[in-house]
Design a protein around this ligand. Structure first.
Ligand SMILES: [Zn+2]
Length: 147
């Protein structure tokens, strides 16, 4: 039998909207992880038309909060010894810590290193709206603004 998705151990991040593969790569800081990564862009997909796929060898821990922000259609396939051992989907995170910055320039999180920017999901009508836990300002999260 062929190895599932071509890697023996690791994670395959599938169903990334075409064009967002590099954003996922950067936000997961995969360049710093020193692991073998295969980035497939514009792969034909039955459901999405085109999609991006990232295969990461020998890593099983992936930050699903970041993935949920970028694209809620993403699926994760966990592979061990060439076999699919687990599948996960991602969802819009209710709480977000330290991923983006507060829209309020006077917010304490910009000046105090000990105040971790923390947000709570308010709305998800097209654009994700997060309320700052410190100053209550709403920050709209758009993938396109966060490259
Ligand atoms: Zn704030």
């Amino acid at each position: 039998m062929r190895l599932v998705n071509g890697i023996a151990n690791g994670v395959v991040i599938d169903h990334i909207a075409a064009g967002r593969g590099m954003i996922v790569y950067n936000k997961l800081k995969l360049d710093e992880k020193k692991c073998t990564t295969v980035l497939l862009l514009n792969v034909e997909s039955k459901h999405l038309g085109r999609k991006d796929i990232i295969k990461i060898e020998d890593v099983l821990e992936i930050d699903t909060t970041v993935l949920g922000l970028i694209d809620q259609n993403i699926t994760l396939n966990y592979i061990k010894d060439g076999k699919l051992i687990d599948k996960k989907t991602v969802e819009v995170p209710k709480i977000v810590k330290n991923i983006f910055k507060c829209a309020n320039p006077r917010c304490i999180t910009h000046s105090d290193d000990y105040a971790t920017s923390t947000f709570t999901l308010k709305d998800q009508n097209g654009v994700l709206e997060y309320q700052c836990n410190y100053c209550e300002e709403i920050t709209k999260y758009k993938v396109e603004n966060d490259k």
